[in-house]
Write a protein that binds this ligand. Structure first.
Ligand code: SF4
Ligand code: SF4
Length: 348
């Protein structure tokens, strides 16, 4: 692979990183290290150092692990995972003072880190119980649609536009007298190996003898400071690295709603439909169970909902664990769940 330049959309770095992550999952650590190092050579990102730390920790090379995780912290000091992870490595190395110091730093940034193992195991239970839950849109209206904000091109985050939707979007834009290039971008495809591996073939579209991958463009403003204070977490309570002060909104985002959601026969774009943050997903499950409704969610800020979602997750996973058929709860269990969750909505 030629690595002389960063490609316009960061797709080579994404390919190298994702290959490294795959090899890491398969415990092929030596090969994974090579891919992460190549990714870093091309575009030095803290998450690649974090992954290298995880590998060196597995290999019990704790000094190297510390070097990598410290580099990740220097590059992005606001990620609690990194301090938490370093505290684990210090502990393995036998330095309990430094382990305690890093643990306190993680908790200072996000106090949920003092019960992170419980939150993550609860998230696993809820995620496994409702794997296919999907609905038209996220039930939370007070969110500034964080998940429609991206650092780097949306293409890099797997947001592609298929042929049917592209046709419908073009018709919609032309009807409104809007220019296509203000909303969409396209990446030429000339059979590049990394693109063939990353982009599903049905998203490589032929046009006038050439091939392209279409994806939404971004608008030129960023999340404001107030919004940045209430960033939600991922489904396993991980930091969503691509939603930060450098993230800008998808070109199709208009007043917190997706302009093209119902355009054409397909609703939304596949990748957008698949994504839910932890807060969105927890309330989606609770709404599905008939435990909360949109009217309750509406007056709450996203910051409040993030907090209620974590508490609800813990209650929900406990109820599921005590249920014979987790997604078909007994009426009395559902009633108790409803009562407990509703208490979280009452002013304290
Ligand atoms: S296409 Fe719509 S749902 Fe997807 S990121 Fe853009 S605005 Fe959000
Ligand atoms: S899924 Fe999460 S980030 Fe996206 S709109 Fe819903 S609450 Fe906001």
């Amino acid at each position: 692979m030629v690595l002389e330049k960063i490609d316009e959309c960061g797709m080579i770095e994404k390919y190298l990183h994702s290959q490294g992550a795959l090899l890491y999952e398969e415990k092929r650590f030596d090969e994974a290290i090579v891919f992460f190092q190549k990714a870093i050579e091309l575009d030095d990102q803290p998450y690649s150092h974090y992954h290298l730390d995880l590998i060196y920790k597995e290999l019990t090379e704790f000094d190297k692990a510390l070097q990598e995780i410290t580099r990740a912290i220097r590059m992005n000091p606001s990620v609690p995972e990194y301090y938490y992870e370093r505290s684990v490595v210090w502990q393995l190395k036998g330095d309990l003072n430094k382990a305690a110091r890093d643990y306190k730093r993680a908790v200072k940034i996000d106090d949920n880190y003092c019960r992170i193992a419980l939150i993550r195991s609860s998230a696993t239970i809820v995620n496994l119980t409702f794997p296919d839950l999907a609905q038209q849109s996220c039930p939370i209206l007070s969110c500034p649609a964080y998940c429609c904000h991206f650092t780097g091109e949306p293409l890099r985050h797997g947001v592609y536009i298929g042929a049917g939707k592209l046709y419908a979007i073009r018709k919609f834009l032309s009807k409104k007298g809007l220019q296509e290039d203000g909303f969409m971008k396209r990446l030429p495809y000339k059979g590049e190996d990394h693109l063939s591996r990353l982009v599903p073939p049905n998203y490589i579209l032929k046009e006038h003898g050439n091939r392209f991958v279409y994806y939404p463009g971004r608008r030129a403003h960023f999340l404001d400071r107030v919004a940045l204070k209430d960033l939600p977490k991922g489904r396993d309570y991980q930091t969503l690295m691509w939603i930060n002060e450098k993230a800008s909104p998808c070109g199709f985002l208009n007043e917190k709603r997706c302009l093209i959601h119902s355009v054409g026969d397909e609703t939304g774009l596949d990748s957008c439909k698949r994504f839910f943050c932890m807060t969105g997903f927890v309330f989606l499950v609770l709404e599905h169970l008939g435990v909360v409704n949109k009217t309750q969610l509406q007056p709450k800020t996203i910051g409040e909902l993030n907090r209620i979602a974590v508490e609800s997750l813990l209650i929900l996973s406990k109820t599921i664990s005590g249920s014979a058929k987790p997604d078909e709860m007994h009426v009395s269990q559902k009633e108790r769940l409803k009562r407990d969750i509703n208490t979280l909505f009452s002013p304290s």
